[in-house]
Design a protein around this ligand. Structure first.
Ligand code: TXA
Ligand code: MG
Length: 309
């Protein structure tokens, strides 16, 4: 996938925010400082914009992303908060805390953001740049750290440029980030609160009850898989199969008729859910060749096809 050839850096200010908002509303990801690390932000309601985050980062797999919102009202419009987690939010937001809560229906959040999960990670950032961008776009913003996959998280605009230069159109330079490490993540999805990632907010301050079990991201139930058996690399459907096509392989539906991996990533989780709801008892999916985001699609499909315990 080809990205923008030139990456502009604009100092934080009205002009930078207006330009970043214009790009975000046009479906592009932009790098913006938060109080923890620089994030690569895209419109969380636009699946292709979210797919471009993965394409730019070269992420080998689809981890669910954190969605940034301006205030608690916006957070509660997307996720379900019970009393305990709302108290946490009121104590620590805006700030370097991410809360994973059940996702409401009909919020318009692209399924690729949560990688098909019924839960969502939400954060109200304290940094004026991310706050200003949220207000200017009036959209929830999905934003992982603004580094290429496998590299350390960026705390300066120059780090972002070194890592993602030529792959994204704009970096807002707000100087060095204050915290330097990613937000603490706490899950409130039923049962006791669980610490998913250590971060700037101390666990003790969170009053997480009992011994908090750390679940390394990527291991927890953080991966959506379809309920039905899934056959990979299919070029045609067997009698009881719902075929998800790609490129030349025609199916009941297609990830991308044009064979565009960004479009395919944007549609992946929607089509897996659709396949689960179809009358056929099995799912087959066409080959998705290529590297970069196509490899991320194959990685996710391989895991979804693996026998489950
Ligand atoms: O400080 C931060 O949190 C930065 C700034 C930019 O806000 N963002 C960040 O995002 O670190 P990222 O994508 O690098 O990390 C997101 C983490 C992943 O480890 C992912 O597994 C976890 O959040 N996560 C997101 N949604 C989840 C969910 N529904 N359930 C469990 N874990 C989730
Ligand atoms: Mg990261």
């Amino acid at each position: 996938m080809s990205g923008p050839a030139d990456t502009r850096i604009l100092p934080l200010g009205d002009k930078a925010i207006a330009e970043a908002a214009r790009l975000v509303l046009a479906g592009q990801p932009v790098a913006v400082p938060t109080e923890t690390v620089y994030g690569l932000a895209a419109d969380a309601t636009n699946a292709e914009a979210v797919a471009r985050i993965y394409a730019a980062k070269g992420r080998p797999s689809f981890n669910p992303l954190i969605v940034h919102v301006p205030d608690l009202e916006a957070a509660e419009a997307i996720g379900r908060f019970d009393g305990e987690v709302r108290a946490l939010a009121k104590t620590h937001w805006p700030g370097p805390l991410t809360l994973v809560v059940p996702l409401r229906e009909g919020t318009g959040i692209a399924r690729l953001v949560t990688a098909g999960l019924p839960t969502i990670a939400l954060r109200i950032p304290a940094h004026p740049a991310m706050q200003a961008l949220l207000k200017a776009c009036r959209r929830p913003l999905a934003a992982p750290s603004a580094n290429a996959s496998g590299l350390i998280s960026p705390t300066r605009a120059s780090h972002v440029l070194a890592s993602l230069g030529g792959r994204i159109p704009l970096i807002i330079d707000g100087g060095a980030t204050q915290r330097g490490i990613e937000s603490t993540i706490v899950a409130a999805t039923g049962g006791p609160l669980r610490l998913l990632r250590r971060g700037p907010i101390e666990v003790s301050a969170l009053e997480v009850k009992g011994a908090p079990a750390i679940e390394a991201p990527g291991q927890l139930a953080s991966h959506y898989a379809p309920k039905k058996p899934l056959r990979l690399e299919a070029t045609e459907a067997a009698a009881d199969e719902y075929l998800i096509g790609y490129g030349p392989v025609r199916g009941d539906v297609t990830l991308s008729e044009a064979g565009d991996p960004v479009e395919a990533a944007a549609r992946l989780f929607d089509l897996l859910h659709q396949a689960d709801d179809a009358t056929q008892q099995r799912i087959a999916i066409a080959p998705v060749p290529g590297d970069g985001i196509a490899a991320a699609i194959r990685d996710r499909l391989k895991r979804a096809a693996a026998p489950r315990p």
